[in-house]
Design a protein around this ligand. Structure first.
Ligand code: PMP
Length: 386
């Protein structure tokens, strides 16, 4: 039985070019980029090449790119680093009820430290309203953090509009965008969003795990989270993950090639097809179905009456891999905060399955998943207590 992997929002399969680059770099370029000899200079050159490639894709300056161990570190640095640094200017910070735990937890930590936090509510489409943000901004606001693409529903926030609004109020307010789920699916241009800091994680765009980067606009004040050897202009101490960074920049180069737009369009078509087919199964609630407000790769649906994990394992027995809500929160049992904030009922939250595609996903695979669902869903519903 062929595997059907529909958990690409949790992680993606590294491209062959990426694993090749990682292995080659690991074997051949093993010097420490801070060493003064030839082996160090060789490793430093790999970092320089990666920075150049990433900066060119984002249309930003090379000095504005910093390597991290992934988005959890990136988000923690962006939020804690800016809020603490700007403490004197104000103690009010803003985020949304939609954010990933790597954003939500730093905000909770800052709240404990005495910061005043506003958590913006989404509407039932999973969107943040610019006028709600406008009303929340005040003279003490120093930071606004909003995700670009939601990891459970695919909802796309109007980041360009939000960025414009923040900057028209006060250009010194730091605008941070967690763009983890957007990279590889949309073009991410920090300047167009008026973003001061943008977070990325390589394993979400067919790169290696445990490596990512931050865009930090030149001149933006943000304290480092990790201190030590002073690497990366003191912004992020620690020897750089040279093979991982080489693999990450290779992944970006491969994903954003000349076929990118066409592949995105194909994924949107597949998404619409899948949503239409899901509609033929009884009592299924689809979240954020409208493609006008979503990324191309995520469909979340509740199969009412069936516990998420039960259906997840039934699908697994057919070789289909999906998530029950978001994979990142599965270490912390509980229902989705974001979908609850969008007004989802407990019964809907209990029965959510997230299907997430990649450019490798085929229509025939999705049709096979629909067939599996059409078998398992009515069968499992027979055992639901009335
Ligand atoms: N932000 C979002 C929106 C995510 O989806 C994830 C990963 N699920 C993260 C941050 C954290 O990424 P990582 O696990 O690579 O640190």
């Amino acid at each position: 039985m062929d595997m059907i992997y529909l958990d690409n929002a949790a992680t993606t399969r590294p491209l062959d070019e990426v694993s090749g680059t990682v292995c080659e770099t690991m074997k051949n370029v093993f010097g420490n980029p801070s060493s003064k000899h030839m082996k160090g200079i060789e490793a430093e050159a790999v970092l320089k090449e990666a920075v150049g490639r990433i900066a060119a894709l984002l249309k930003v300056q090379e000095k504005e790119i910093f390597f991290t161990s992934g988005a959890t570190e990136g988000n923690n640095t962006a939020i804690i680093g800016t809020a603490r640094r700007k403490k004197r200017a104000g103690m009010h910070i803003i985020t949304t009820k939609l954010e990933h735990p790597s954003v939500r937890e730093p905000f909770l930590k800052l709240e404990d430290e005495g910061f005043r936090v506003t958590y913006l509510d989404p509407d039932e489409k999973g969107l943040i309203s610019p006028s709600d943000l406008e009303n929340a901004l005040d003279d003490e606001t120093t930071l606004v953090s909003v995700m670009y693409v939601h990891n459970e529903t695919g909802a796309l926030q109007p980041v360009e509009e939000l960025g414009k609004l923040i900057k028209s109020r006060n250009k010194d307010i730091c605008f941070h965008v967690d763009a983890v789920q957007a990279f590889g699916k949309l073009k991410v241009l920090p300047k167009a969003m008026n973003a001061d800091i943008v977070t990325a994680s390589a394993h979400k765009f067919h790169g290696p795990k445990g490596v990512g980067f931050l865009y930090i606009k030149d001149g933006v004040k943000c304290d480092p989270l990790l201190v030590g050897g002073g690497q990366q202009k003191n912004m992020r101490s620690g020897t750089e993950n040279v093979p991982g960074i080489a693999g990450m920049s290779k992944a970006l180069e491969c994903i954003y090639d000349e076929g990118f737009e066409e592949r995105v369009k194909e994924q949107y078509d597949l998404r619409s097809h899948f949503i239409r087919e899901l509609g033929s199964i009884e009592n299924v609630k689809i979240f954020c179905g409208d493609s006008a407000y979503t990324a191309p790769h995520i469909v979340s649906a509740s199969f009412l009456g069936i516990k998420s994990e039960v259906l997840l394992h039934q699908l697994e027995s057919d070789g289909v891999f999906v998530s029950s809500g978001s994979a990142c929160s599965s270490n912390k049992p509980g229902l989705s905060f974001s979908l609850a904030a969008m007004g989802a009922a407990k019964e809907e939250l209990d029965s959510i399955i997230r299907f997430s595609f990649s450019y490798e996903t085929k229509k025939e695979e999705l049709d096979r998943v629909i067939e599996s669902l059409k078998t398992h869903v009515p069968f499992l519903r027979q055992f639901v207590r009335k």
